[in-house]
Design a protein around this ligand. Structure first.
Ligand code: GLU
Length: 476
């Protein structure tokens, strides 16, 4: 997909890192210490499947241990290699620092096409991979905490958690060894939607700042904005769903593996998602035009482009033709360093991956805290909060009976106000706060420094600065 002259994904991340540190005043050597990956473990293991031993190759890379545990997903894909895992681990370090999730960066991958295997085979493979990592503390509640990524989800995380618990029968915190688990296996409400929800909160926050919106040559709010989303997986699906159902955005293009759908009037995300589930792709979907060359839809006119699939999809070969004035990187590394430069020169605003898709790890952080505290968020306070609200509502009702005051309560006030926050509400509130605060710290650098021309450099400056100060605090 990418052009031959293009640097690799890891080199691309390093180039962007270098651009940022050139604007910083770090002590000699610290820059190199932060940039390099601390360690990458490669494992090859055999699993007996279909009557013969099959050998799999997996990785777990630890980029930075300035905070522990280190954190990052495990990806199942045939494209997995050491270079990719290291780039993704580095992005995790910067991402966690930017959203103040107290973790170092890590990432794992298994070179496998999960669609080729039955569920029970995937379980055997996952458990064996987890065993190999756990016995080296590369899965561990206080050392290294994986999560879902491309090709993995709740099911795999439940197997990993169970495998770890079997190997550490007396560890009371064993559930905190991995996040993204199903609720009944120690997960948290709102984790599945978290990355897509984070993309929505990121865009909402962007559109709260007219001076930033103007830099993308846009005006107004999300309402009516034309959005093209690439990849209707977990992240793309949730982002597109929330933006269209809650913010009034029009999903004018959906790009999938087998082609794309376009409709200027807006596409029903839920219906397309169902269609993909039943038919394996978007082709044949009756209510939008089908475009066979899906990648060409990255280049159509729209207001917001959301690459939510693979890295490197916007590269030297197509960046020139991309027309979107605003790109939000829901995937990790979808824009190569070369494309980034072309787009920047064209005046396109890019909301960078390390911020845009940080919703996942943010809610992972909440899940990890929940596992360590052994109690669901909201369990202690909810009814108490409701009881206090009831006092106010009763008092207001009493006052509104007073004809002289002439007060009336709005019809849904009572129901809305009386409802105390449960786990899902608290998770969303924590996520929204995180996305808004992180945007502000990044945008503040973007606005205030003449030498910082883009949000990505601003994001790097904030996160590298934070990583550097925690190294400094350790005396390094
Ligand atoms: N794989 C996700 C990411 O790239 C989530 C990582 C996590 O929750 O630890 O951010």
């Amino acid at each position: 997909m990418s052009n031959v002259q293009e640097p690799s994904f890891r080199e691309s991340v390093d180039l962007m890192f270098n651009r940022a540190v050139a604007l910083m005043d770090l002590p000699p050597g610290l820059e190199e210490k932060i940039r390099v990956c601390n360690a990458t473990y490669t494992v090859r293991f055999g699993v007996r499947l279909r009557g013969k031993i099959q050998t799999f190759t997996g990785y777990r890379s630890v980029h930075s241990e300035h905070m522990e545990p280190v954190k990052g997903g495990i990806r199942y894909s045939l494209g997995v290699n050491q270079n990719e895992v290291e780039a993704l681990a580095a992005l995790m370090t910067y991402k966690c620092a930017l959203v103040e999730a107290p973790f170092g960066g890590s990432k794992g991958g298994l070179c496998i096409d999960p669609r080729e295997y039955e569920e029970h085979e995937l379980e055997l493979i996952t458990r064996r991979f987890a065993y190999e990592l756990a016995k080296r503390d590369l899965i561990h509640p206080s050392q290294n905490v994986p999560a879902p990524d491309m090709g993995t989800g709740e099911r795999e995380m439940a197997w990993i958690a169970d495998q770890y618990a079997r190997m550490n029968t007396t560890d009371i915190n064993s559930k905190a060894c991995v996040t993204g688990k199903p609720i009944n296996a120690g997960g948290i409400q709102g984790r599945v939607e978290a990355t897509g929800r984070g993309v929505q909160y990121a865009l909402q926050e962007f559109f709260r700042h007219p001076q930033d919106v103007a830099k993308a040559n846009l005006t107004g709010s999300l309402n009516g904005k034309r959005v093209v989303v690439q990849g209707l997986g977990n992240v793309g699906y949730h982002a597109a769903k929330f933006l269209s159902e809650e913010d009034g955005a029009l999903i004018t293009g959906i790009i999938e593996r087998d082609g794309a759908l376009v409709d200027a009037k807006g596409i029903d995300v839920e219906a397309v998602s169902r269609w993909i589930r039943d038919h394996g792709g978007v082709k044949g979907y009756p209510n939008a035009a089908y475009v066979e060359d899906g990648a060409s839809v990255l280049e159509v006119e729209c207001d917001i482009l959301i690459p939510a699939a693979l890295e490197g999809v916007i590269n030297l070969s197509n960046a020139n033709r991309v027309q979107a004035p605003l790109i939000i990187e829901a995937a990790n590394g979808p824009v190569t360093a070369g494309a980034d430069e072309i787009l920047r020169d064209k005046g396109c605003v890019i909301i960078p991956d390390m911020y845009a898709n940080a919703g996942g790890v943010t809610v992972s952080y909440f899940e990890w805290v929940k596992n360590l505290s052994h109690i669901r968020f909201g369990r202690m306070g909810r009814r108490q909060e409701e009881a206090r609200h009831l006092l106010i509502v009763e008092e207001l009702e009493r006052l509104s009976k007073d004809k002289e005051l002439g007060w009336t309560l709005s019809p849904d006030f009572k129901d809305k106000y009386l409802k105390g926050a449960g786990e899902l509400e608290l998770v969303r509130s924590g996520l929204e706060d995180t996305m808004r605060t992180a945007y502000q710290s990044m945008a503040e650098v973007w606005r205030s420094r003449d030498d910082v021309k883009d949000l990505r450099t601003a994001a790097y400056l904030v996160s590298i600065g934070r990583v550097a100060s925690s190294y400094r605090a350790k005396g390094l």
